[in-house]
Each structure stands twice: as C-alpha cells, then as structure tokens.
Design a protein around this ligand. Structure first.
Ligand code: ZN
Length: 242
C-alpha cells in the first residue's frame, strides 16, 4: 500500500467548454473539473491545470508534485509551448505517469513520446461504440465486464499510426463497422503511458461509469513505483571486485 494518495493532475485545454454551450452544459466545470470530481471521490489527491494558465499550469514545482498527469486537448495542441512539452517529457521519462485521452492523440507530448504521427480516421455522427476488453488480466480492466457500450460517440478508426502497444487493453467497435485500438499501454524511460480513446466533448462520455472506472484504474497503474533509479554515463567503479 502507498502511504499517501496518488497525486493526480488533470490537464485540459479548456476551450470547447467556454466556446460551445452544448459542451458547457455537459461539463459546467470543464472536462478537467468533471474528471477531478470523480477522481477525488475515488481517494486520489487531485489538482487541475489548463492551457491558458501561466506555463499552462505545468511549472516545475507542479510537475515535481505530480504522480500521474491526465491530458485532454483538441483544437489548441499547437498553442502548447515546446519548452513545456520538453519539461513534461522529461518528467515522464523520470517516472511520472501519463494518461492521454481521446483527441489528445495529436498532442505534442504524445507524439514526442511515441515518435509517430499518431493519426487516425474519424467521423462524428453519434454512433454506438462497444469497447471490448482484450487483456482481462490487466489492472486497467479491473471491475469491467467483457465489453461495455457508449451509446453515442465520435468514431475513431484504424489505421491508428502509433507504435504497437506494449499491452493492448481495449478494442473499440463502432456501429458503422470500423474498429480501433482504444486502450494502449506504453513505457518510456521509467514512465508509464496509457492512451484511452473515448471522450468527444459533445457527448457525456466522462459521466459514463465504466469510462470513469477505466480512468481511475489507469491512474493506479500509471503511478510511479519505487524501483531502482537508473544510473547513466561513464561508470568507472564496477559492482564486482576485479
Ligand atoms: Zn473528438
């Protein structure tokens, strides 16, 4: 058992909720506010940060006090400063967990960590999505049934241009016939990364109990562990006597 609650930072570009009354009606406190409320009720220590704050709310002290960063972005990926992306990147390599949601597949930080275009095909006509668990042993699938449905969502279809996930936890099927690798685990350095597909801003997806359960499970999975710190570079003293 960890002695302290996992420290979560929910980051959101927070534009649709201010610009679009439909989105504001679903998320009056923003997507970050809805996720933070839920995660606090699960016992996590949660803060939020948004794009328009100084340094996007991601200064060194904030990141140093974060175990798991959750990222939602869509229309303003290009406004995220490269220096801040580099800072987040360094924290992930040093062990901070990162959960990348929905349209944050195009976030600079996700593309930098994965090294591919992270592009996909999409269509938004409110199709039904059925999410299948394909790694039932995995902690991110804890407490779920074999599959669950979201009545209305945007479609994301293959090919999803990401490196093959180290563990694929979910595959989505959409009413129109496409499929998508919708729950992808990676490690980079000491950090764990989970991409989770659902969450288009005009649907109440972040009020869906199974979707929220997956995000909470992913926070627990992505939290840093107390394994050994790696040493790099010239190492003149061998561990065995010569
Ligand atoms: Zn979307």
């Amino acid at each position: 058992m960890r002695p302290e609650p996992i420290r979560v930072l929910v980051w959101n570009e927070y534009r649709h909720e201010r610009d679009d009354p439909r989105v504001r009606a679903l998320y009056p406190q923003g997507i970050h506010g809805a996720l933070a409320d839920y995660l606090r009720r699960q016992g996590f220590a949660v803060n939020t940060a948004t794009l328009d704050e100084p340094e996007h709310g991601l200064n060194e002290a904030v990141l140093a006090a974060t175990d798991v960063l959750i990222w939602w972005g869509h229309v303003a990926h290009h406004e995220v400063q490269d220096a801040i992306v580099a800072r987040v990147h360094r924290h992930v390599l040093n062990g901070m967990g990162l959960i990348v949601l929905h349209s944050a597949h195009h976030a600079k930080i996700f593309r930098a960590l994965l090294g591919t275009r992270c592009d996909l095909k999409w269509r938004d006509i409110g199709e039904r999505e059925r999410i299948w668990v394909v790694a039932p042993h995995h902690p991110i699938a804890e407490g779920l049934d074999e599959s669950f449905t979201i009545e209305h969502e945007e479609m994301y279809g293959e090919f999803f241009d990401v490196p093959p996930p180290e563990t694929l936890v979910f595959i989505s099927w959409f009413q129109g016939g496409e499929v998508f690798r919708s729950g992808c685990c990676y490690t980079r350095g000491r950090g764990k990364i989970f991409y989770f597909r659902p969450g288009h801003e005009t649907y109440p997806t972040y009020h869906h109990p199974q979707v929220l359960r997956v995000i909470a499970n992913a926070v627990r999975w992505a939290a840093p562990t107390s394994g050994p710190l790696p040493t790099f570079g010239h190492h003149p003293s061998p561990p065995e006597p010569l």
